[in-house]
Design a binder for this molecule. Structure first.
Ligand SMILES: [Zn+2]
Length: 383
């Protein structure tokens, strides 16, 4: 990175820290630990569960952490951040398309695959390292993905790993569309596949989670599923509903949820973008509460929340402000991450620059597998 870019990224991180200090009145840098998070380390290691949530397609500080945006994220500010280790400078140096960026987060390598093609990541995913190294069954790693374009994210094209070691992928929209038997009009608001290229409709590979598995694995009848879907207002609500069901029925140790509602910003409607941020904030709070209420998860789960990338700044000549993420400016590349739960120090804010590709080796250090092809490195503050 050029010196000036590094300086801007650093400033963004520092400002974010100040926003947090004012908003969450955090005891920054000293920690709020009342007891050592490592106290039950031995028990935790055996039953340790990790849930990764990507924060909806990226939002700017103006609508989140800055004083004018804080009203949109009350759950994160009041409930989650005070008990988390928060990183103010997470740099994404890769391609800013949602599938390719999420694949990069999942492999720990900046993938260069075509964002709009039904192809697997080139490098092993976190699910493959986890399952192969730790001899875990397919039922122990799951992905809940926002659009049909993510159907190959569970397993890479790497020969020594591959889908046989991958995660099972649920595409809630695909399920709902199949379950409602084409009577889509009741569910149009839940079935919008992606917000950037409405005409892109990838062929599904056939290995994805199908309607008949709703009953078998999620213990959910098609009738109950479609009835419940009617009460939901967005695709991410549907994804969180499925995620909670998975937690109850399968209790996977590695669970990855990609949220995407915020990307409705591409439509240009600022109010829909802000509504989506508020909803994502609420859903993150709901998921944390669900973790506390599920016996398989309470006390032994680490939750990591991070965006795939940000959105353009207002002042960048080539960008469109909140609407897009096309310029690759520093604002759209400098995001954040919070980690909370088992093994994580509470009330900490770190300005240390980290990379999107550091996530996978960090999970490796936490869960005990070797992410050998990742180009990132474990984040020391979390391991
Ligand atoms: Zn987008």
């Amino acid at each position: 990175m050029k010196d000036s870019s590094r300086e801007i990224a650093w400033q963004l991180g520092r400002t974010r820290r100040e926003f947090l200090r004012d908003a969450a009145r955090m005891t920054i840098g000293t920690g709020l630990m009342s007891a050592s998070p490592f106290l039950r380390a031995a028990t935790i290691a055996k039953k340790r569960k990790v849930i990764v949530v990507t924060f909806g397609g990226g939002a700017r500080d103006e609508e989140t952490f800055a004083p004018e945006g804080q009203g949109n994220i009350p759950h994160m500010l009041a409930e989650l951040i005070p008990q988390s280790s928060f990183f103010t400078q997470v740099k994404n140096s890769g391609i800013l398309g949602h599938y390719v960026a999420t694949a990069s987060l999942a492999t720990g390598v900046y993938e260069t695959l075509n964002n709009f093609a039904a192809v697997p990541p080139d490098h092993p995913t976190v699910f493959e390292y986890f399952r192969k190294d730790l001899s875990r069954p397919a039922s122990d790693a799951w992905v809940v993905a926002p659009s049909n374009g993510f159907n190959r994210i569970g397993g890479s094209g790497c020969r020594s790993y591959g889908p046989g070691f991958g995660a099972q992928v649920i595409l809630p929209k695909h399920l709902l569309s199949a379950a409602s038997g084409g009577k889509g009009t009741d569910y149009d608001h839940l079935l919008h596949d992606n917000y950037e290229t409405p005409l892109y409709a990838p062929q599904l590979a056939g290995g994805e989670f199908e309607v008949k598995q709703l009953e078998k694995i999620l213990k959910l009848s098609v009738a109950d599923f479609t009835l419940h879907a009617k009460t939901l207002s967005s695709p991410d609500e549907l994804s969180v509903y499925i995620t909670k069901r998975l937690m109850q029925q399968e209790s996977p140790s590695l669970l990855w949820l990609t949220m995407h509602d915020i990307d409705i910003a591409h439509s240009g409607a600022f109010s829909l973008y802000v509504d989506a941020i508020r909803r994502t904030d609420r859903l993150c709070g709901e998921l944390w509460n669900a973790i506390q209420q599920e016996p398989e998860y309470a006390g032994n789960t680490t939750l990591l929340i991070l965006p795939d990338f940000g959105r353009d700044a207002d002042q960048d000549a080539g960008g469109n402000g909140f609407q897009h993420h096309r310029t690759g400016d520093i604002a759209s590349r400098t995001t954040w991450m919070m980690a909370l739960g088992a093994g994580i120090r509470q009330g900490m804010v770190y300005d240390t620059p980290v990379q999107s590709i550091d996530l996978v080796p960090t999970l490796g250090a936490i869960m005990g597998f070797d992410a050998m092809q990742s180009r990132g490195k474990p984040i020391q503050e979390l391991v």
